[in-house]
Design a binder for this molecule. Structure first.
Ligand code: S3P
Length: 450
């Protein structure tokens, strides 16, 4: 006899509550699903398509609010981008160095990737002036991590708090090459500098303390830039000035969105889910390694390479999880998945420790504090550490009223936790999921109604 969970939404103006009421027992999640296109790859495809010469076609673009912000910014600077859809988006590129001075402030919305990557391009356009801003979350996130290295290359950027907070003003100029040793493993920092180096004569190199996602390096190479990688030192070099020509980009499903279903399948008894067409670039698969280390039953099926990125179907079956330690070089390879891994840890035997993840404090929200406060409200045993979390698993969770801090990954992580709680959970600010996963609630409803 199939057992369903009741998943409903309540909307008032632009706010949405997500209400989840699991059955007293017997819920299982079974089926095959797909997830939306990878957010990191979607941003890069839009940006490189805009600055390349000729036409770029993007298949499988994420239609979340973040890539929409990127598209709007580049349209405002002269790129012709067809209406956004998942089938095919066509971009008439304007050519490297040809971004036009926009007549108004560029708005990156909630998207750190849009703002930080774009800054590298703006700073390297001599003679043009740009101003950039974002929503209240983005205006409180640190920009000095990209402003400082760009200034070392000769960039002119001004903003609040010692040029570290948006809104920022950029006077584009001729930059000089650099070898930047980044104190943090951040793909946004790395990509910003590499994009800035595209128009610079000579070698621009970024070395990071551990390898972060390498989508920029892969896609820049596919568009024709000369890129050199040194895996031993986690360094990437662009040799400029580059020639970029439009390409066809096929965006795989986002492993960061698949992560919610991987954990749901692993923690809800008797579940078996197949998530099709997921990007499994090794710089992103920390989530798979950790869940396997915790004893999850996950299989990679139908492994293949699509447009320069590894892709697989992921099958997950329920199993009893065990606690583990997540730290060190693994962190940049699963940084966006820590909120949902914290949910997994609530159902694992023992105490899971997450360290070296202070970066979580400067994401769309302070994710360390958001995860601890909201999961504890449900009855979890979660302790905040300065750079991580300590989570003792297998205490019963009770449904209650929760906040998302308007952070998409917090919203979706709490929804998955609610599936294994007793009673009704109401998640306020659930509209945030649309940043990276507009169909999240629909997929959840589909899986819960059997
Ligand atoms: C991203 C890099 C990561 C990640 C973000 C997307 C990217 O940020 O958290 O969601 O597309 O480059 P950091 O570079 O700040 O680690």
């Amino acid at each position: 006899m199939p057992v369903s969970a009741v998943v409903t939404t309540k909307s008032t103006e632009d706010r949405q509550d997500l209400i989840i009421q699991p059955p007293l027992s017997g819920l299982s999640l079974v089926g095959s699903i797909t997830v939306p296109g990878d957010k990191s790859i979607s941003h890069r495809a839009l940006m490189l398509g805009a600055i390349a010469t000729g036409e770029t076609k993007i298949h499988g673009l994420l239609l979340g609010e973040d890539p929409r912000s990127t598209a709007a910014c580049f349209q405002a600077m002269g790129a012709e981008i067809s209406p956004l859809n998942t089938e095919q988006v066509t971009i008439k590129g304007i050519g490297l160095g040809q971004l036009q001075e926009p007549a108004d402030i560029l708005n990156a919305g909630n998207s750190g990737t849009t703002l930080r990557l774009m800054l590298g391009l703006l700073a390297s356009h001599p003679g043009r002036f740009f101003s950039v801003t974002g929503d209240s979350s983005l205006r409180s996130r640190p920009m000095s991590r990209v402003v400082k290295p760009l200034q070392e290359m000769g960039a002119h950027i001004w903003g609040r708090k010692g040029n570290s907070l948006a809104p920022l003003a950029v006077q584009g100029s001729q930059l000089k090459p650099t070898h930047y040793h980044s104190p943090i493993a951040s793909a946004q920092v790395k990509s910003c500098i590499l994009l800035a180096g595209l128009m610079v004569e000579g070698e621009t190199t970024v070395t990071e303390p551990a390898l972060s996602r390498d989508h920029s390096e892969r896609m820049l190479r596919a568009f024709g830039a000369k890129i050199r990688i040194n895996p031993e030192t986690s360094s990437a070099t662009v040799i400029g000035p580059a020639q970029l020509s439009g390409q066809t980009v096929i965006v795989p499903g986002d492993i960061s969105s698949a992560a919610f279903w991987l954990v749901a399948g692993a923690i809800v008894p008797n579940s078996e889910l197949v998530i099709e067409n997921v990007g499994v670039n090794p710089t992103r698969t920390g989530i798979l390694e950790v869940l396997e280390m915790m004893g999850a039953d996950i299989k990679r099926e139908n492994q293949r390479e699509v447009a320069g990125e590894p892709v697989a179907d992921l099958r997950v079956r329920y199993s009893q999880l065990q606690a583990c330690t997540i730290a060190g070089d693994l962190i940049p390879r699963l940084i966006d998945e820590i909120p949902i891994l914290a949910v997994a840890a609530l159902f694992a035997r023992g105490t899971t420790v997450i360290r070296d993840a202070a970066e979580l404090r400067v994401k769309e929200s302070d994710r360390i504090s958001a995860v601890a406060s909201q999961l504890n409200r449900m009855g979890g045993k979660v302790t905040e550490l300065p750079d991580g979390l300590e989570i003792t698993g297998t205490t019963a969770l009770t449904g209650c009223e929760l906040e998302t801090y308007l952070d998409h990954r917090i919203a979706m992580s709490l929804a998955i936790a609610a599936l294994n709680a007793t009673g009704t959970t109401t998640i306020h600010g659930a509209e945030a999921a649309a940043i990276s996963y507009p169909d999240f609630t629909t997929t959840l409803q589909k899986l819960c109604q059997r």
